[in-house]
Design a binder for this molecule. Sequence first.
Ligand SMILES: [Zn+2]
Length: 317
Amino acid sequence: MTMKLPVRLTPYIKTRYPYNKLKICRRCNYFTVLGESECPVCGKFALQSAEERAASVLRRSFWRSRLIVLFITIVGLVLSGSAMQTALLAIGGTALLALLWTMQGRSNPALLRLELEKLFHREAYTLIAGLANDRETAIAVFHNGDKPLAYEMLREIGALVHTDQLRIEQILLLQSFVLRKDMDLMLEPLLMDHFNPDLVEYIGELAKIRRDLLKENAFRYILLYEAQILKMEHGESILIGVAGAAVRMKRYLTLYPYLVLRYARKLPKDRFLRLYRMIQSNPKSTFGPLYEEVMSVYNERYKWDEDFIQTHNERSQ
Ligand SMILES: [Zn+2]
């Protein structure tokens, strides 16, 4: 087994939309999620966010339509035959311009989104090429020995590129680190739709240090591949850990009672105590067969255990 590296990871900065971190070069049109201001391809300090690019395109089109209105009004004024006509044209032109201005202001956010969509659509090829290049940069960083930085780069790219290859690369890097509770770890974006033992082992690690990261999708994934996981070297202990994580919330017990039921007997005492307390504090019918199993383990093993007796006393008080 290879030695795991103790590392420090920079916390992941979440944005409202994944594309918020996407930058585009004003000079060479290169897309990247890795640079702040310096373009990784042409080296110029010409990166701007994709949103800024879309906004500037939009601003230009706004000005174009305003100038057209202005131009038509001026032509009208020049050609007008009477003072009355001139006055009407001046009032009409100004009102139209004001109306256009207000409408453009109001519809700005919606139009900006549309412009952004158009930009991604128009530049789909360069966008894909840019992100593929970003990945190669990350892999080169990995080969140079800076694994934490390589992981952080892949994590940024992973926000926009949802391929299993990228997920596996991130998981393999994560699995080469000593994972700690205080690290900014994630699971949801790394879940795949097929069985992957490295992913399962990573989930097993999280079940030990960050149970809160295991949510519905993770439990469903584990349940789907339970048979394969059991064939893995530490498969059963991973499943016990995951069942222990499901004990965290009543909701998970009602959603996945059989996962917990199958491993309840092997749960460490603290997890079983939590399970027992949850079972006890809800009506018997809530959990069905899980209730029976928990009570039978309790009767066999923990009936005279002080911690459990305390729970009982607390409840009868
Ligand atoms: Zn450039």
